[in-house]
Design a protein around this ligand. Structure first.
Ligand code: ARG
Length: 266
């Protein structure tokens, strides 16, 4: 009899131990998943030849600019952890669509084309317009003075890039040169390979004219659609978007946003 009750006792102890570890293990698994979610590093994708919004310094892959500083302030306000990935501008939206990125922050105009059908944009954090950049000796007076024998350059996948391609298709220019990097667009202008670059006004002013005002200038008034820059998240990620919007509102309210504008824009 004793032997039977001992076996029963051992069996009960084993079942109890197993049940306990299963419950206890579940809670430890759940807590580790929750911990992982809390510290999940969000991937911010951008194209970093767009100073002073985002750029890299010679020989250094670190992305600097208004956008990284703004997003760092938002992340601190909202308890988020970010890492930045630099890629071609026309890869940014596909990166979010294929879950290769969580956030786009790249001076991207949320009003342009069908972008808002593919990703969800947040609140506007900067406004801009397109301008025509030409060499100092150019006789061009503005975008309407461009003739059909001329070539204009801009960055592929951008509003400027779409415009030069549209002007080419409409026969208004001989060629619309779309390049991956803004720095290459400026070089083509300097080398006389194109007669103008269509670029966002704040970028042309800060990144080029401030350093090359002796050899280049803006001509005429701004043109095209008035632009509203916004960060974007994957379609449907309302929780993250609300955090980013709240963080933006908070840094605007506490003066941090204005401090960053003063830091990056003369
Ligand atoms: N604002 C323009 C657009 O939305 C140009 C953006 C280029 N940004 C960049 N990081 N290269 O198309």
């Amino acid at each position: 009899m004793k032997k039977k009750s001992l076996v029963l006792l051992l069996a009960f102890a084993m079942i109890f131990t197993f049940a306990l570890s299963a419950c206890g293990g579940g809670s430890s698994e759940e807590s580790s998943e929750a911990a992982e979610e809390e510290t999940a590093v969000l991937k911010v994708v951008t194209e970093a030849t767009f100073a002073p919004f985002e750029s890299t310094e010679d020989g250094d892959d670190t992305i600097i600019g208004f956008d990284p500083d703004m997003m760092a302030a938002i992340a601190e306000d909202q308890g988020l952890e970010l890492e930045w990935v630099n890629m071609e501008f026309d890869s940014l939206i596909p990166a979010l669509q294929s879950d290769q990125g969580d956030i786009i922050c790249a001076g991207m105009n949320k009003l342009a084309g069908d972008r808002a059908e593919k990703v969800d944009f947040g609140d506007t954090y900067f406004e801009s317009d397109l301008m025509l950049l030409v060499t100092s000796d150019s006789e061009l007076t503005g975008i309407d003075a461009v003739t059909s024998d001329m070539k204009l350059a801009s960055q592929i996948g951008t509003t400027g890039g779409d415009m030069v391609q549209q002007m080419k298709d409409e026969g208004k220019i001989a060629d619309g040169v779309v390049l991956n990097q803004w720095t290459d667009c400026y070089l083509q202008l300097q080398n006389g390979e194109v007669q103008g670059v269509i670029v966002d006004k704040p970028v042309g002013e800060e990144a080029y004219l401030n350093n090359h005002g002796d050899i280049a200038k803006f001509v005429g008034d701004s043109f095209g659609e008035h632009e509203e820059f916004a960060f974007a998240v994957q379609k449907g990620n309302t929780e993250l978007l609300e955090k980013l919007n709240t963080g933006l509102a908070n840094i605007k309210a506490n003066g941090k946003y204005d401090e960053l504008v003063a830091k990056w824009f003369s």
